[in-house]
Design a binder for this molecule. Structure first.
Ligand code: HEM
Length: 465
């Protein structure tokens, strides 16, 4: 394929492979982190819109807030890509929410948002978060001198989501649960937001299925499908009043089909993200004891030791809120946001974007722009504080914006606030004795997870139920 007329600038296209080889080579140099390669290319081509060809896919990547707003405001860029990875992700079933378009998308998103945002939904969310928090605190107390917080927190977050979906939690020791968590972890590392090598060269699945992640995603799909189908069947068979408040119950009573993919979207979308932000938050507290002490002082001033904390109390601790926001900006757990597809030939920044081009959203560059943030390289919660109050910043969009913004934002914000505030209030988080500070460099993957690290959690104020 020749470069379409007026396509955005970018690296050279070779026959068959397009710009994939250059992307892979550059990516290897920076430890597999796709966002750094995209940032370098924007600088090299002096543009905010990079044009690529990955296998047979046309791909453009947008890297500044102004251009991103134009993409999000334009209905022509509303769809998700239609590549091989997406086909596999939907298990050949219905598109659910993340991959849906049109009426189906509106219907599903409205249904889940309504369930989460209603008064009952909000109370249920906080109750489930507190149940898991108690479990997390018990696990910290088992061996407080060596806590791998990420390992404790990820099953907790999955369980919060699962209890909202299915009305019950899963035992941490359940072998099927452990397999699912392991496969989700591997999936996050093998693929990127463009779908990775498998999407660009789907035929490679016949030649090297393990290497391109085909075997992995099929195993994960099979495990997820079995697990979700069993739960949906259980709901049908044991239809009772007890389950009335969970998401499966409310959906099954309205519609039977589509449920599997909606559950998968919530599970996959939420499995890593909130736990990764919290894991980074405690890691940064090890690196910045000065900020940690300010957060603790903020909490100690605002709450008596036995006083319960609610999400609605967050205005009382502006410095803590600012710190969490800065963690999300600085660590960008989704360096490349949910990609889009052009529904028709469309103009963007003077370039022509042909129909079906994939658009990658370079959130990393937006959250690290020198122009927007001044000193993006510094971890500085104060940038979110004005006149002693927390103040949101326009360019700060870790959950995306517009109609396709993150569906789990209401839940994620509650998990982040309640867990971070409660654990910071109860524990002093310190480095392991005699060990160097763990690195803050993220692992490569769709979700930027911190590398596993241990910390000591020394009790400051006992936990009151
Ligand atoms: C700190 C935690 C989280 C962050 C930073 C985050 C970030 C994002 C981002 C950037 C997008 C793409 C938006 C777009 O395409 O414009 C997204 C989409 C989505 N997220 Fe999250 N997310 C988080 C937690 C969650 C949780 C807990 C859930 C589920 C319970 C979830 C479910 C989803 C779903 C279903 C979508 C697709 C929405 C659509 O296509 O309309 N996310 N998220």
């Amino acid at each position: 394929m020749r470069k379409p007329k007026n396509f955005p600038p970018g690296p050279m296209w070779w026959p068959l492979v397009g710009s994939s080889i250059e992307m892979k080579r550059e990516s290897k140099l920076v430890g597999g982190r796709q966002q750094i390669v995209l940032e370098k290319m924007c600088k090299k081509w002096k543009t905010n819109v990079i044009g690529l060809k990955l296998g047979s896919q046309l791909v453009v990547c947008v890297s500044t807030f102004n251009v991103l707003k134009k993409v999000f405001d334009n209905e022509a860029f509303f769809a998700r890509p239609n590549n091989f990875f997406i086909k596999l992700r939907t298990i050949g079933s219905s598109p659910g929410i993340t991959c849906a378009e049109g009426k189906l998308f509106e219907e599903h998103k409205k249904f889940v948002l309504k369930s989460l945002q209603s008064r009952i939904g909000k109370v249920a969310m906080e109750t489930k978060i507190f149940e898991e928090l108690e479990d997390v605190i018990q696990l910290i107390n088992l061996q407080p001198q060596k806590v791998q917080f990420g390992k404790i927190m990820q099953p907790a977050v999955v369980n919060i989501i699962w209890s909202l979906i299915a009305g019950e939690r899963i035992k941490r020791s359940d072998p099927q649960f452990l397999t699912l968590l392991r496969l989700l972890d591997e999936r996050s590392k093998v693929f990127d937001m463009g779908g990775g090598t498998l999407s660009n060269f789907p035929w490679l699945r016949f030649v090297a299925p393990d290497w391109v992640g085909y075997t992995l995603i099929n195993n994960l799909n099979m495990e997820l499908k079995n697990f979700f189908t069993k739960t949906i069947d259980d709901h049908h068979q044991n239809w009772n009043e007890r389950q009335k408040n969970d998401l499966i119950y409310s959906y099954v009573s309205q519609k039977h089909d589509q449920l599997l993919m909606i559950i998968l979207d919530l599970f996959v979308g939420g499995a890593h993200s909130s736990a990764a932000v919290l894991d980074f938050a405690f890691l940064l507290m090890l690196h910045r004891p000065d900020i940690k002490r300010k957060v603790q002082a903020n909490l100690d001033e605002a709450f008596a030791p036995t006083e319960p904390m609610r999400y609605s109390d967050r205005n009382r601790v502006p410095y803590l809120e600012a710190t969490l926001s800065e963690v999300m900006r600085y660590c960008h757990v989704f360096p490349v946001g949910g990609s889009r597809r052009a529904l028709q030939d469309t103009e963007l920044e003077g370039y022509t974007i042909p129909k079906d081009t994939t658009i990658l959203i370079d959130l990393y560059s937006i959250l690290n722009s020198k122009e927007a943030w001044g000193d993006p390289e510094n971890f500085r919660p104060e940038r979110f504080i004005v006149n002693d109050k927390f103040e949101a910043i326009e360019n700060y969009i870790p959950f995306g914006i517009g109609r396709r913004r993150c569906l789990g934002e209401v839940l994620a914000r509650r998990i982040l606030f309640l867990v971070f505030a409660e654990v910071m209030r109860r524990y002093d988080v310190l480095p392991e004795e005699g060990k160097p500070l763990p690195s803050i460099m993220a692992q490569p993957g769709i979700t930027a997870l911190p590398q596993p690290y241990n910390a000591r959690f020394v009790e400051r104020i006992p936990y009151y139920k």
